[in-house]
Design a protein around this ligand. Structure first.
Ligand code: GLP
Length: 240
């Protein structure tokens, strides 16, 4: 389940090939997408290979994992903005089938219910990409989140806000809440690929490697999935 690659580029190439194989097998696949710096080389490689191989992505439906509450889609740190920049504006996606929670929605709780419902109606996610937070979160499911959780509103932990403040001008600007897919929604995906790169993920990956499946370490739930892979580069794998 744990696979070590020499560097982030090698992971990006492999994951891009897996994504393309999925799309070629089923051109109306439902993809679960993640944001963060870990995914940038993956989307870069995917854009390159889709263009080179002339892969048709217009039948895909995508659901993103999470979004900050309080940031609109034009805010450069919103995840909708990130997705447009790294993927949606670069390939011929059917934009109306690219779903993310709306950070400015008036009734986030109702929206959460609808979001989980939309994924179920789409027949569940065929392939879910995941990064990991330094505290073991996936999406924004922080330690202690129930494995039975559906899409929900979360207060962000101080650690997560500090980690993500590198993308903002100051810590004060980092939102305090987000909407995230729940752990049960994630686990209903048919396949999961979790990626961790760089030395700053080395400690959490060693912990994940040793850990039993426990709500104290949300990413550990992936170990209980029948079709999941955890891909690390050598730096993230250094304490395994
Ligand atoms: C954020 C996101 C997660 C992501 C994590 C790691 O908190 N909500 O979905 O996996 O950060 O991000 P990065 O890849 O930038 O390390």
């Amino acid at each position: 389940m744990f696979y070590v690659f020499s560097n982030p580029q090698a992971i990006a190439e492999h994951v891009s090939e897996l994504l393309i194989a999925q799309i070629q097998k089923k051109n109306d696949s439902v993809l679960g997408l993640a944001t963060g710096s870990t995914m940038e080389p993956v989307y870069e490689k995917l854009c390159e290979q889709v263009a080179r191989l002339n892969v048709d992505v217009s039948g895909l439906t995508t659901f993103n994992l999470d979004e900050y509450i309080g940031l609109g889609s034009e805010h450069p740190q919103s995840y909708r903005y990130y997705m447009r920049q790294h993927l949606f504006n670069r390939l011929a996606f059917a934009q109306h089938r690219t779903f993310l929670p709306d950070g400015l929605c008036a009734d986030p709780v109702k929206q959460c219910e609808q979001y989980s419902g939309q994924i179920q109606q789409a027949g569940h996610i065929d392939l879910q990409l995941l990064g990991i937070g330094n505290n073991g979160h996936i999406g924004f499911n922080e330690p202690g989140t129930s494995f039975g959780s559906r899409t929900h509103v979360v207060p962000l932990t101080e650690q997560t806000r500090i980690d993500n403040s590198r993308f903002f001008d100051s810590l004060d600007e980092v939102p305090t809440q987000a909407i995230t897919l729940g752990l049960q929604d994630i686990m209903e995906s048919k396949q999961i690929i979790l990626i961790a790169t760089g030395t700053n993920k080395a400690q959490i990956m060693a912990k994940l490697y040793e850990s039993p499946v426990t709500e104290q370490l949300p990413a550990s739930v992936v170990k209980a999935h029948p079709n999941a892979m955890i891909l690390l580069d050598e730096q993230a794998a250094q304490f395994l």
